[in-house]
Ligand binder design. Structure first.
Ligand code: IPE
Ligand code: IPE
Ligand code: MG
Length: 247
């Protein structure tokens, strides 16, 4: 399918290597239609498919989707179960298509907190897509940015305690290598849907110099064109990293 936006992205050539997305607004989408929140989440799955396709078309290397936060455990049990069931369904249904597309799925977060059925389903999708080289897809589940940094602090202090590491050897690179995203470039672009201007505990370390794009679109309405619009917005930015333009 041709898209003028996609053509413009390709002409510019400056494609973000890593895009992260806070997929927000499913509940509001459902409420606008007097539907239960769960139906908003279900509809959001189609947007996940669209976004993956769009990411491949754009040619990015890594796509990271925030699917369930550590704070989301505090939602009503009914909603948490519905989200876990959806995740299971996705993990059982999608591996063949993802494999065909060359998508390698990684599931990152505190997986000890998820139930056995969901964990097994998640393992299926990870194993079923291993080796895909077109796009790396990170599904962030039971993920919290602070928890991730605390986990790193524990890993590093244990290494120090064992005498394998000196405190002064801990730098940006060493700490990054203990995060869930070890070995990946930091996101160039963060998209948050539904017009909310906050990070909600997402990738606090990795987003230090990421460009932010807040889209007013509710996640179930987000499609390839919305993704392309975000990438075009990114291409108009001047990334400075604290420096000034050379004159
Ligand atoms: C995002 O949609 C999905 C998850 C956080 C799991 P929400 O469920 O947060 O939808 P709103 O923000 O209530 O509209
Ligand atoms: C952030 O959305 C988490 C995910 C998209 C998975 P929330 O809807 O949970 O965040 P808040 O509560 O509005 O900050
Ligand atoms: Mg929300």
């Amino acid at each position: 399918m041709s898209s003028q936006r996609l053509d413009r992205i390709r002409l510019s050539g400056d494609v973000p290597r890593h895009v992260a997305v806070i997929m927000d607004g499913n509940g509001r989408w459902a409420r606008q239609r007097s539907l239960p929140r769960q139906l908003g989440h279900r509809e959001g799955m189609e947007s996940v498919r669209e976004t993956i396709e769009g990411a491949i078309e754009v040619g990015m290397d890594v796509l990271t989707l925030f699917a369930f936060s550590t704070e989301n455990w505090n939602r009503p049990q009914r909603e948490v179960s519905a989200l876990m069931s959806l995740l299971q369904r996705y993990a059982r249904k999608e591996p063949d298509e993802l494999k065909r597309q060359g998508v390698e799925v990684h599931v990152l977060g505190d997986l000890d907190r998820i139930d056995n059925r969901t964990r097994r389903a998640v393992e299926t999708i990870v194993e079923g897509t291993a080796g895909g080289s077109e796009l790396r897809l990170n599904l962030m589940i039971s993920y919290g940015g602070r928890e991730e940094i605390i986990r790193s602090a524990r890993i590093l202090t244990e290494r120090v305690a064992r005498g394998e590491l000196l405190p002064e050897e801990i730098d940006d690179e060493v700490l990054s290598s203990t995060l869930f995203t070890a070995g990946l470039p930091d996101p160039d672009l963060l998209i948050r849907t539904s017009g909310e201007y906050r990070l909600s505990n997402f990738m606090l370390w990795q987003l230090a110099y990421t460009e932010l794009h807040i889209s007013p679109v509710l996640w179930p309405d987000f499609d390839r064109e919305s993704l392309f619009e975000a990438v075009l917005d990114y291409q108009r930015r001047e990334r400075r990293f604290g420096r000034v333009e050379a004159t």
